[in-house]
Ligand binder design. Structure first.
Ligand SMILES: [Zn+2]
Length: 387
């Protein structure tokens, strides 16, 4: 029993006694949970960064990576949209909503836990690929740089592949020609088979051939034609790429998709996979890209030196495909934006242990020449076209 006055007197005390006590307790509880998650994820992150090479080339390459790729391939093949875009937008909206609502309190603990989880899962999904055994070690390629003569030999071999695979109708190579159709499936199968050889797998890694088209110019403005989301491993390509360049970039992104992270090795393995592919369109696209890599490497190797040999002329179809790519680059690349994107990616690659940064891409020609160089004497060597 009590008087109204008594109620009035007690009323302020009862809520004060419960609410203020429960609110901070709940917040402290949530903070403890979030910081525990952050601590565990952070410890896992550090452990993964320090993971021994044997474990990466064993457990990660042989078991964890194929399992992750199988899930990614099943999901990517099931829907027409980009999982990378959906998850990025969802994560950003969730963080913004949590910050605006002030829940769960404190939001900074949520941010720390999210970043730690993202860092640890990035290492498992992608980052370990920067520390796996190099492609040249896997294929036992020579450690010395190819000579100008070896580069010319590789150019002659790839030129023959380009001539043999050139389309009957060269207008299909123009910038506005339709993209390849079933060639994507062939490209995915050839990349998975080449990776099985290079990684020493019994069975190829499951790989979806689904390609996400990004609006024309959205990627090319920054100077790149495609990317793969680290967690989902879906290839994304700029819709403005002409057919052969789209397929060659697709080979590169699919090779990222099977677990190769370093750029030169990814580019070389994807190109070698394409050169040896039974599909004519894939072979031609890979040969156009390989010739660009090899000619650039030959120019570097012979800079300031009197020409000591002659390489075969560029086939007309290859010149047409190159012209289509140049036209698209001239239309879409924004030099300042490309410079900013390039500097950012250069810093990222250096942080992942690639001391050359963006210049690592240039090593692809050396690797392709070294792999092809063995094919004359050893046509059955790994990844030899027609071998
Ligand atoms: Zn790449």
């Amino acid at each position: 029993m009590g008087t109204p006055r008594h109620h009035l007197a007690r009323a302020p005390h009862a809520p004060r006694g419960r609410r203020p006590a429960r609110g901070p307790q709940r917040a402290r509880g949530r903070t403890r949970v979030l910081l525990t998650v952050a601590g565990l994820a952070g410890a896992a992150w550090v452990a993964l960064r320090l993971a021994p090479a044997g474990w990466i080339d064993g457990a990660w390459v042989r078991a964890l990576l194929p399992a992750q790729a199988a899930v990614g391939a099943a999901l990517a093949g099931a829907v027409p949209w980009s999982w990378s875009a959906v998850s990025l937008v969802a994560a950003m909206l969730a963080l913004i909503a949590a910050a605006l609502a002030g829940r769960p309190r404190p939001w900074w603990a949520l941010l720390v836990a999210t970043l730690a989880l993202a860092g640890a899962s990035f290492e498992v999904a992608w980052g370990l690929g920067y520390r796996r055994a190099p492609l040249e070690a896997r294929l036992a390629l020579p450690a010395t740089a190819p000579t100008a003569g070896e580069l010319r030999g590789a150019i002659a071999r790839v030129t023959a592949i380009a001539i043999g695979a050139a389309p009957a109708d060269p207008s299909t190579l123009d910038a506005d020609a339709p993209w390849p159709g079933q060639a994507w499936d062939a490209a995915a199968a050839c990349v998975a088979a080449a990776d099985a050889v290079a990684s020493g797998r019994q069975a190829p890694v499951p790989l979806a051939s689904a390609v996400r088209r990004v609006p024309a110019g959205a990627l090319l403005a920054g100077g790149f034609g495609g990317f793969v989301g680290p967690w989902w491993r879906e290839p994304h390509l700029d819709a403005a790429l002409p057919p052969a360049a789209a397929l060659a970039t697709g080979l590169h992104e699919l090779t990222h998709g099977v677990g190769w992270a370093r750029e030169a090795e990814t580019d070389a393995l994807g190109t070698l996979a394409g050169l040896a592919c039974p599909d004519r369109e894939v072979r031609f696209a890979a040969s156009v890209h390989a010739l660009a890599l090899l000619r650039a490497e030959l120019a570097r190797a012979t800079a300031g030196v009197a020409p000591a040999g002659v390489e075969p002329p560029v086939p007309a179809e290859v010149a047409r495909a190159d012209a289509a790519l140049r036209e698209v680059l001239a239309r879409y690349v924004r030099p300042r934006w490309r410079s900013a994107v390039g500097s950012t990616y250069d810093g990222y690659l250096r942080a992942q242990g690639l001391s050359a940064g963006l210049a690592d891409y240039e090593r692809a020609g050396v690797l392709v020449a070294a792999a092809l160089g063995r094919c004359s004497d050893h046509p059955d060597a790994p990844l030899c076209p027609g071998g």
